[in-house]
Design a protein around this ligand. Structure first.
Ligand code: CND
Ligand code: ZN
Length: 364
């Protein structure tokens, strides 16, 4: 089959023929319907975050179960599923504590680019090809661990469902699971791309009173207002700190960094009030550090990261599907463009130029 393969940073992905073996025990083959284009993959293409090579990218997807390996009990052929980009072993202390997004084996496999047993089902000319985050969904078929699948209602359109696989879950989850934003609070969101717009809509869902969208692209700020932002600030033209202090004296209750830059992570910390919470969602380049003003620790501010929106995928994702089907979660508005697999590099260029909320690759 054709797949989008990463070989080296700072090069377009290759649309190459790769082989996909049958699922082993506890694994499943999924026919991918659609895959969203997320900036994490672009960070790898840009060489900011390490990526095993060669590797089929794509970590935001949904599809239909085609085949199940021995011992699979959760799913059967024909099921509609969202692909979760962190599998879970179900047995480590994190999984037992209800934090499968931190699963030791799942995170190890996801970054190493293998399935949970340390091997790959993808290959080319008999040599292993890695599966980004066990999903590798920039391809018409994927083999995943059973624990990477989340069954969803059959009446949910699969291209919309794909977005829940990363951007929507990561953004809404950062608000609901990680920050637990309270109704009536003030929220700043720095970076309103595919993930940040979902932080904005997550904040709107929780009933935040003030949602201040910050970006350097006016188109993203317009989108953020459609997604529930009450204020929009272009930080290329005005100083975000003083503008936010004017809107929310003393600082906001919660600030979210959704870009992946140390400067804006620091900005999120500076924007919160005493006792406030800053949440880092963006992925920083490998080796980057953030410095914090030591004099303000007695202000009891908190800064934390949010991996995959702190999700327990099989609990949260079906709820997001229900909210969409009830008309309470915006997904249609996120899909700016639809590309065939061959257009994947154009999709990343459009993201780089800031032209899209999200693009999807469609295999329909
Ligand atoms: P996308 O490119 O769609 O959005 C980034 C936004 O940031 C754009 O709207 C830019 O205009 C804006 N921006 C860039 N620089 C600045 C700046 N200096 N000040 C203000 N705004 C700026 O990216 P995305 O939404 O797909 O991804 C955002 C980050 O989230 C990225 O780092 C990605 O790797 C990360 C992420 C994290 C997780 C997780 O589990 N935590 C999962 N997926 C993606
Ligand atoms: Zn992502």
């Amino acid at each position: 089959m054709k797949a989008a393969v990463f070989y080296r940073p700072n090069e377009p992905l290759a649309i190459d023929d790769v082989d996909l073996a049958d699922p082993k025990p506890q694994e499943v083959t999924v026919r991918v319907a659609a895959a969203g284009v997320c900036h994490s993959d672009l960070h790898m293409i840009d060489g900011l975050i390490p990526c095993p090579s060669p590797c089929v990218l794509g970590h935001e997807g949904a599809g239909v179960v085609e085949k199940v390996g021995e011992g699979v009990t959760y799913t059967q052929p024909g099921d509609h599923v969202i692909l979760s980009f962190i599998p879970s072993c179900g047995q480590c202390p994190y999984c037992i504590a209800g934090r499968p997004n931190l699963c030791t084996a799942g995170n190890r496999a996801a970054t190493r680019g293998t399935l949970l047993d340390g091997t790959t089902r993808l290959s080319k000319d008999g040599k292993p090809v890695y599966h980004l985050t066990c999903t590798a969904c920039f391809a018409p078929y994927a083999v995943l661990p059973e624990s990477s699948l989340v069954k969803i209602r059959q009446d949910m359109p699969l291209d919309r469902a794909a977005l829940i696989g990363c951007g929507v879950m990561t953004g809404v989850g950062a608000v609901i699971n990680t920050a637990k934003v309270q109704p009536g609070s003030s929220v700043a969101v720095i970076g309103c791309g595919g993930v940040g717009l979902n932080v904005v809509q997550g904040a709107a869902l929780t009933g935040a009173a003030q949602i201040i969208a910050i970006d350097i692209n006016d188109y993203k700020l317009e989108l953020a207002q459609q997604f529930g932002a009450t204020h929009a600030l272009n930080s290329a033209n005005e100083d975000a700190l003083s503008a936010v202090r004017n809107l929310s004296p003393g600082g906001v209750d919660y600030a979210f960094e959704v870009i992946g830059r140390p400067e804006t992570m620091r900005q999120a910390f500076d924007l919160i009030r005493r006792g406030g919470l800053a949440v880092v969602v963006g992925l920083a380049p490998a080796g980057a550090e953030v410095s914090l003003p030591a004099g303000v620790f007695l202000q009891e501010k908190t800064i934390t990261g949010s991996s995959y929106g702190g999700t327990r995928p099989r609990i949260d994702m079906p709820k997001l599907v229900d909210l969409y089907l009830l008309g309470r979660l915006k997904l249609d508005e996120l899909i700016s463009r639809v590309y065939p697999l061959e257009g994947i590099n154009d999709a990343f260029e459009a993201m780089r130029r800031g032209e899209v909320a999200r693009s999807i690759v469609s295999f329909a």
